[in-house]
Write a protein that binds this ligand. Structure first.
Ligand code: GTR
Length: 421
């Protein structure tokens, strides 16, 4: 009886929280809070030089984010086999080299496969690449008829012809506007993209995807400090990196990890956890991404953990509607990328992602870049719309809504060219 009452109460309470959540969009109602100093250790010791950062402050912050926000990867799993499913040096009417590379993972009778779609510039011997997940399958990023359609689970989307969780021909090219493939190739970069649900379907279910590979006995979900879906997707990006390091057409020292929205959160975590990524781009990543949690502007920790209970590790729920208790904030996640180049981008109408919180986060991460002699965001004053600041830490807020646009890519390409020179 007692158990039933508790369950009913929990359900009611959970629903209430959900129904009653009113995002704050009023700057005057943003709570006053102290921003944790990234250049102070948890014990309050001042970090004075890069060595102290690398030896002490960075590892303890990384550990904190690992165990309390995104979750630990429970073990190691190497690529079992690499298969080039398709390759054409004159793809898309001779405009690009294309490869579709399948990575296979095996453990205890379980198998997982994902496909990296690679477009490479023809005139570059070892190309720098942008690596990023797509939301609806590799075949959506361009009109290219030869891109293989994934059979992995997909969120239904009537306008894209996705029904019964299956991707179809109807969605070919539907995300072309979010992926400036032509611009990227013209600038001498390659693009590597993967359908994120091939690593773990984006739903609150830990019996599929990569998570079960590490279960012991009758375990059916990760432990409270273990990985949610974002960390699983980030793991996938690192395995893609393992492959890129072996591909002689690619300059693996110049892989820029990119992501939009939930996949922007993923790109940041991948870049923080794996220092092989040369640079990181967060496009409108918002709560649990670049935005400061303690501002509670737009989406909040409690809201995100309620609507997407599988994204973060369960320990993160301790801070639901309780951001003041967080000993860290997201600027310290961004600082984990230092001294590598970092671009944070917002959109004016994307208030749910808290543009100002994303900007301030980049600003508050900047002292760590300064420690390394790198230029971050020099002022706490936000730039005007469409007026990018492009230092080692870069930021822009463009006009428009939650999206990736040609304007965003123009900035990323220009900045990446300069930074990776
Ligand atoms: C929203 C979510 C955001 C963001 C976005 C997206 O529903 O609240 O945190 O990740 O989805 O991924 O498009």
């Amino acid at each position: 009886m007692k158990v039933i009452i508790i369950i009913v109460a929990a359900l009611l309470f959970g629903q209430n929280v959900f129904a009653q959540f009113q995002p704050n969009y009023d700057e005057s109602k943003v709570p006053v809070f102290t921003v944790p100093d990234p250049l102070k250790t948890f014990k309050g010791k001042k970090v004075r030089n890069p060595k102290q950062w690398v030896k002490k402050a960075r590892p303890e912050l990384l550990e904190y984010f690992t165990k309390n926000v995104y979750g630990e990867v429970p073990g190691e799993l190497k690529i079992a086999s690499v298969d080039i499913l398709e390759q054409n040096d004159n793809a898309c009417n001779g405009k690009t080299k294309r490869k579709q590379v399948e990575l296979t993972f095996e453990k205890d009778g379980q198998t997982l496969r994902f496909v990296i779609l690679l477009y490479l510039p023809k005139n570059v011997e070892k190309a720098p690449v942008f690596l990023g997940y797509n939301f609806y399958g590799n075949h959506t990023v361009s009109e290219d008829v030869d891109v293989i359609i994934s059979e992995a689970w997909a969120r239904d989307n009537e306008s894209f012809g996705i029904i019964n969780n299956q991707l179809t021909e109807q969605s070919r090219g539907v995300q072309t506007d979010q992926w400036a493939v032509g611009q990227i190739l013209d600038a001498g970069f390659g693009l590597a993209t993967i359908y994120y649900c091939e690593i773990d379907a984006d739903k609150d279910d830990f019996t599929d995807g990569i998570h079960p590979f590490f279960y012991v006995d009758d375990q059916d979900r990760p432990a409270a400090s273990e990985w949610g879906s974002i960390a699983a997707w980030a793991w996938g990006l690192s395995r893609a990196m393992d492959y890129l390091e072996t591909d002689s057409d690619i300059d693996a020292s110049k892989v820029v990890v990119f992501g939009h929205s939930r996949l922007g959160k993923t790109a940041i975590w991948a870049g923080a956890a794996d220092q092989r990524f040369a640079a990181v781009i967060s496009n409108n990543s918002g709560c649990g991404g670049a935005a400061l949690s303690k501002r509670k502007f737009g989406e909040t920790v409690g809201r995100i953990n309620t609507s997407f209970p599988h994204w973060f590790c369960r320990n993160f729920r301790e801070f639901n509607f309780n951001e003041e208790a967080l000993p860290v904030d997201q600027h310290e996640l961004l600082a984990l990328i230092a001294p590598r180049p970092l671009y944070v981008a917002s959109a004016e109408e994307d208030r749910w992602a808290d543009p100002r919180g994303e900007f301030l986060s980049a600003f508050y991460a900047s002292p760590v870049y300064k420690l390394f002699g790198k230029k971050g965001i020099p002022t706490s004053e936000m730039p005007d719309v469409n007026q990018p600041i492009q230092n080692t830490v870069a930021y822009h807020i463009r006009t428009g809504g939650h999206d990736v646009t040609a304007y965003d890519w123009q900035q990323y390409i220009k900045w990446a060219k300069e930074q990776l020179k």
